[in-house]
Design a binder for this molecule. Structure first.
Ligand SMILES: Nc1ncnc2c1ncn2[C@@H]1O[C@H](COP(=O)(O)OP(=O)(O)O)[C@@H](O)[C@H]1O
Ligand SMILES: [Mg+2]
Length: 414
């Protein structure tokens, strides 16, 4: 665990943002510039000779980009010994993007209107055109790897540098489930042979997802999803204008040679539909979450003997607080990680109004506290909305709203 450490006497790590099959992402502050950055630490077992070659090449190329729709890369380390942690680490330092993932926005708000969906796709296509010109294929374009900033800018994050052997994970459902929905048939059939048109297909699926608020394949089962992609069996796009329908179908064409051939062409097609360059204008995007993330989390209390703390739903279902620090949220088939308290698998009505990492309940000393984690629909304590990043003590009978899900805090003594 690197939280609280400083890498290279420069990057002070505050909090863990997420962890996937290839790397763990932390939020940090660059002591030299004062900027917030992310540190993406690659799992050491993935760092072999082949990986190191690719890592260096892609870093060199990405560092030359200054595209507003692509995350910026600042610095990197390859098998570098960090005296403070006494570990040998490989990582990249990249721009911290404020805002929410597109996946979260679509999940909590439903479908976007055509103009916004097209405007977001256009920005991403401009970003892709730039990396494709540099000979880089992203290979993992999906709504979870797209951030939307509070001032309506789309940014592609999560570059392949840290992905290791992609084709190996394709057969590993736990790591690839999220990405699979966006993979073109050729990526499943011949993982080695994909080119930039795999990114165009994936962006087409993202556009579909924004318009329909669902994916073109609904199954949550790995094998079914893969075989539907190979069979070209995608649910049709409905309720959109004919121009948009044909744009999506040209982006997700089954055969590579029938697909729109370049990201620049995607931009042209969109501008033809929208009558020129348009930026998205999604209203009421939630405020930035930097404040909450800059706070160093308190050390979790060690012992939890004594009263049996729990949350109780409106139907009387009790959710015991089994750990001293728990994230409440809602899992999604695209995520490999689930929150400690998963409102979705608990079968709670309105679970979809909660964000994936909605709020956090933790013990400090003898008391429990609650904190909103920058959720989309907000966390309310006894009808008062909590400001993200501030902590509030909990007492018996307090009513917590996570989106539209009501939970009552109880110190229960039985
Ligand atoms: N630059 C960033 N700014 C803000 N949040 C980020 C950034 N990079 C990653 N994240 C958050 O961390 C999550 C995981 O990061 P990602 O780079 O996609 O790694 P993984 O390989 O685990 O998918 C993202 O979905 C996003 O929520
Ligand atoms: Mg990712």
């Amino acid at each position: 665990m690197l939280t609280g450490h400083t890498l290279r006497d420069r990057y002070r790590i505050y909090d863990r943002l997420g962890s996937g099959g290839a790397a763990t992402v932390y939020l940090a502050r660059d002591a030299q510039t004062g900027q917030m950055v992310i540190v993406k630490v690659v799992h050491p077992h993935l760092v072999d000779e082949q990986f190191m070659g690719r890592f260096r090449r892609e870093i060199d190329l990405l560092q030359q980009l200054g595209n507003p729709y692509i995350i910026r890369l600042y610095d990197w380390a390859l098998r570098e010994f960090e005296p403070e942690t006494k570990q040998t680490l490989s990582y990249i330092i990249a721009e911290f993007v404020e805002g929410h993932t597109l996946a979260d926005i679509v999940d909590t708000r439903g479908a976007l209107d055509e103009m916004d969906a097209l405007a977001i796709t256009r920005q991403l296509a401009l970003g892709l055109a730039d990396i494709h010109d540099h000979g880089i294929v992203h290979r993992d374009v999906k709504s979870q790897n797209i951030m939307i900033t509070p001032n309506n800018q789309a940014k592609l994050i999560d570059f392949g540098i840290a992905k290791g052997q992609n084709h190996a994970t394709l057969t590993d459902p736990s790591h690839f489930a999220g990405t699979l929905y966006y993979a073109p048939p050729e990526q499943i059939l011949e993982a080695h042979g994909v080119d930039h048109r795999a990114d165009i297909y994936a962006l087409g699926v993202v556009l579909y997802e924004m318009l329909m608020a669902s994916l073109p394949i609904k199954s949550r089962e790995f094998g079914t999803v893969a075989s539907k992609i190979i069979a070209g069996d995608l649910d049709p796009l409905t309720g959109v204008s004919p121009e948009v329908e044909s744009l999506v179908s040209d982006m997700i064409a089954y055969r590579v040679e029938n697909r729109i051939a370049s990201a620049k062409e995607v931009v042209r097609r969109i501008e033809k539909i929208t009558g020129g360059a348009q930026d998205p204008s999604i209203e009421d995007l939630p405020p930035s979450t930097t404040a909450m993330l800059m706070r160093v989390p308190p050390e979790a209390a060690k012992s939890s003997t004594g009263p049996s703390y729990k949350l109780v739903t409106v139907t009387g279902q009790a959710i015991p607080l089994t750990k001293t620090d728990m994230i409440i949220g809602r899992s999604h088939p695209r995520d490999s990680a689930t929150p400690d308290i998963d409102l979705w698998t608990l079968g709670i009505e309105d679970a979809r109004t909660a964000s994936r990492r909605h709020c956090r309940i933790f013990q400090d000393g003898k008391k429990y506290f609650i904190e909103d984690l920058g959720s989309m629909n907000g966390t309310f304590l006894n009808d008062v909305q909590l400001q993200t990043g501030t902590t509030h003590p909990l007492k018996e009978g307090d009513r917590i709203m996570t989106g539209r899900v009501q939970l009552t805090f109880s110190c229960g003594t039985e």
